[in-house]
Design a protein around this ligand. Structure first.
Ligand SMILES: [Zn+2]
Length: 147
């Protein structure tokens, strides 16, 4: 489902879900929108709090050197994503959760590739709770919620 990603509330239907981005989380990932010809795909984790099927995204991770970033390809490969998550969980706030992942596409209204969908299903297999995946295009963002 295509929506504008902004700070604050984004509502998706099918399934219905309220997604809240903190100002810093929204600001951080919007920097990676591929709005010029040289920017490669980027991505990372969405972290925060789950309220049923609703999500409050307060932290995100961004690309690290070991990730694979090409114009039309992103692979999260760097262990820093997960180590940031475990540090947040251990030292600051045990309740913070892995909520899903984000990445960019060099297109205005992005649609998930077959590989994207396959990967999301794989991640969902290992998580019993609901998850959210976002693809940031240059005009809108694709949201997919897995219950
Ligand atoms: Zn993709």
């Amino acid at each position: 489902m295509l929506r504008k990603l902004t700070e604050g509330i984004v509502i998706t239907t099918s399934p219905f879900s309220v997604v809240i981005f903190s100002k810093s989380a929204a600001k951080t990932i919007l920097k990676f929108v591929q709005n010029d010809k040289l920017k490669p795909e980027a991505g990372g984790l969405l972290l925060g709090y789950r309220h049923g099927n609703n999500f409050e995204i307060t932290k995100v991770t961004v690309p690290f050197p070991e990730d694979i970033q090409k114009r039309k390809y992103f692979e999260r490969n760097d262990s820093n994503h997960l180590s940031i998550f475990s540090k947040l969980r251990t030292h600051k706030n045990r309740a913070i959760s892995f909520l899903g992942e984000w990445h960019t596409h060099p297109e205005s209204n992005p649609i998930p590739s077959p590989l994207d969908k396959k990967e999301w299903q794989q991640i969902k297999k290992h998580n019993t709770e609901s998850l959210i995946f976002c693809i940031l295009g240059t005009e809108s963002t694709y949201f997919s919620v897995y219950k």
